[in-house]
Design a protein around this ligand. Structure first.
Ligand SMILES: C[S@@+](CC[C@H](N)C(=O)[O-])C[C@H]1O[C@@H](n2cnc3c(N)ncnc32)[C@H](O)[C@@H]1O
Length: 290
């Protein structure tokens, strides 16, 4: 909230509203200002809507992917934005709902979709992709060093019934390799989630569309949770700063302190970067974002 430096009369967009934690904090700092709270997950938005009831005059909830930030701003005829926040990845709601299949803690369908409109499921990948496609996926999206062995074990164990079955198959490979530091299936589940939800493509679009939506002085805060998220954010921010219309406010990435991690262990891998728009971008399309 400090980095967003909220102006009570400003216009803000929370690109990952989830169940509304950050959105509430933004909304309660607004007087005549407005907040667009966006998420692709309709179940999260249902909860956010309830929690944001006290601020309903200032908040509009939108079910959309954040890659569509330009269209959303255009369709809603929003003025240039004073702040955009993205808290990437999945929410605790998604992770802790057994039936959504994001976690290896329960036997659940291999789903992993953040939005029911997403066409691909984890089941399709796990039970139908070739061994090579699976190995490449695990290596490229989650830097899984045992990708080939895990891919082979998955293909041999088909059909994989559910998340628990998958976790057991992966654990078998990792155990044989004596690598047991993380929960053995962590990276496999991460890779599947990234692929199902096209997270890299979504982030890439978001990073290229957001600059044009910001006002001069507008701030853009992005929190990421693993290197495949943080790297593109860092590079995009550096490039925009080099081009001259933005400056990076976080010369060193911001990470949670010990106390925050103790109170909220899921924050442990969080990295926050902040960018500020200082001049109109030259590439801004004529006529838009007056
Ligand atoms: C870490 S949670 C955000 C939690 C939120 N800041 C809060 O305070 O409750 C990430 C959220 O982003 C959403 N999300 C992930 N990728 C998205 C995308 N491409 N477009 C829109 N929402 C997305 C997820 O559905 C999830 O609810």
């Amino acid at each position: 909230m400090e980095w967003l430096r909220i102006r009570p009369e400003g216009t803000y967009l929370d690109a990952t509203a989830g169940t509304g934690g950050h959105s509430i904090e933004i909304a309660r700092r607004l007087t005549t200002g407005r907040l667009v709270a966006l998420d692709r997950d309709p179940k999260a938005l249902e909860i956010a809507r309830e929690r944001l009831k006290p601020y309903e005059e200032k908040v509009v909830l939108v079910q959309a992917e954040f890659s569509k930030i330009g269209e959303v701003a255009e369709n809603m005829q929003l003025p240039p934005l004073d702040g955009v926040l993205a808290d990437l990845g999945i929410s605790s709601l998604e992770l802790d709902s057994p039936e959504r299949g994001f976690s290896f803690r329960w036997a659940a369908p291999l789903d992993m979709r953040m939005s029911p409109e997403t066409p691909l499921t984890a089941d399709e990948i796990v039970n139908h992709w070739s061994e090579k496609e699976l190995a490449d996926l695990l290596y490229q999206k989650a830097e899984e060093r045992d990708s080939r062995r895990i891919a082979r074990a998955i293909v041999r164990s088909r059909p994989i019934r559910d998340t628990e079955h998958l976790a057991t198959v992966v654990a078998g490979v990792r155990k044989a390799r004596g690598r047991q530091k993380l929960q053995p299936a962590t990276k496999t589940f991460l890779a599947l989630r990234i692929a199902v939800n096209r997270e890299e493509e979504e982030l890439e679009q978001f990073l290229s569309r957001t600059p044009a939506t910001l006002s001069i002085g507008g701030r853009w805060v992005v929190i990421s949770y693993h290197s495949l998220e943080d790297r593109p954010v860092k590079h995009a921010f550096q490039r925009l700063a080099r081009e001259g219309s933005f400056r990076v406010l976080t010369k060193r990435v911001i990470q949670p302190g010990e106390e925050e991690v103790r109170n909220n262990p899921r924050a442990r891998s969080a990295k926050m970067r902040v960018l500020e728009k200082i001049a109109p971008a030259e590439s801004r399309p004529a006529g838009s974002w007056k």
